[in-house]
Design a protein around this ligand. Sequence first.
Ligand code: ARG
Length: 466
Amino acid sequence: MTNTAKTSANDMWGGRFAEGPDAIMTAINASIGFDQRLYAQDIAGSRAHAAMLAAQGILTDNDAKAIGEGLLTVLSEIEAGGFDFRTDREDIHMNVEARLTEIIGEPGKRLHTARSRNDQVAVDFRLWVRDQCDAAIAGLEALMRAFLAQAEAGADWVMPGFTHLQTAQPVTWGHHMMAYVEMFARDRSRFQDARRRMNECPLGAAALAGTSFPIDRHMTAAALGFDRPTANSLDSVSDRDFALEFLAASSICAMHLSRFAEELVIWSSAQFRFVRLSDKWTTGSSIMPQKKNPDAAELLRAKLGRILGATVALFTVMKGLALTYSKDMQEDKEQTFDAADTLMLGLAAMTGMVSDMTANRAALKSAAASGFSTATDLADWLVRRLGLPFREAHHVTGTLVAMAEKAAIDLPDLTLAQMQSVHGGITAEVFEVLGVENSVASRQSYGGTSPVRVAEQIARWKAALA
Ligand code: ARG
């Protein structure tokens, strides 16, 4: 399939070209279909560049003024929705510049002095990813607040804690909710950290080597909210590590989202009934009238696949690329866009679900008491009161658990006589430690599940997020 239609050479760089590209070449080469999403960043970068060129006497003030105003006209055309994004103009940079020149004439052609699309795309994409870090940070803070509110509402409610999804020890609902606050706080710090590191401005690196014009890169860096200009022009146009850091942080965050999503799927089932998800975050079945399916949670469990896929894709694009810019790097955008959209939607959906869910205190409590969840408390009591070595206490307790299991009863339902048949030293005092409330209250070590410790963590995070 070849295209024989004659197209004209590109206005922007076609000087040495006698004929235009094959239509299929245009299809594979053009990025305007997706990089139009960078229009605001592209125009901001161009405005900063033009103002700097004028301040440095490289452009006249009149030209710079015409460019600055013309770029705002282009911006409003794009925002009004009627802008003609042209594939023959390849990408957002050339679409904006060509349209600017149509509007203002000759000064538009001076805008590209002392820059290249290589530093242009590097600055546009960095600005965009930086905004996404801010959006992720804000989304995570909203989510942390939602978990915090849940933690506060049921700070001392008991529920089973699991390892291997088998009942392990009783914990508090507040403690479980606060575990996610810790996870999402680390996610937030990863975005903050990545943002800090990416906040250097590549504009002015030009194609790769810098420029012979007396530009002021500190001025453009400041105008665009960067901490400083990047220090090496070759590095400036070649790396996309900032996007990889964003994607890596997004992947870890999506992994955390998927874990709570899975808990919601389990907890909202008729077998668990730990939580009720609101109608807003569930769907019905077209055939089974009783169904309320946790679709949003299931989708959140799945979304990491896309985000991690984008991360792997960009690593694969960047791996082994010799310095500096190669067109391979145009493949950095689509999947990063999709990953960012997926993450922001996921954070919003999880925040909604967590805010609207209702924990079932009674179901949590009765589950907490089943499965011999206080066996460790019994073993600890044998150590504390009878001075047994822990290994021996573990063995005695295991024998008692087996006895209870055989009789199909829970540990507190064994009689003192049954207990004493396994270890003569056991006294009635042991029953005090077999209750779930006592069990959680006793775990007062720092970071432990006791309501007093959980309340401290809630207070700490409330102050931190205020
Ligand atoms: N559309 C390109 C990209 O996304 C912009 C940079 C093109 N530079 C070049 N020398 N072809 O990477």
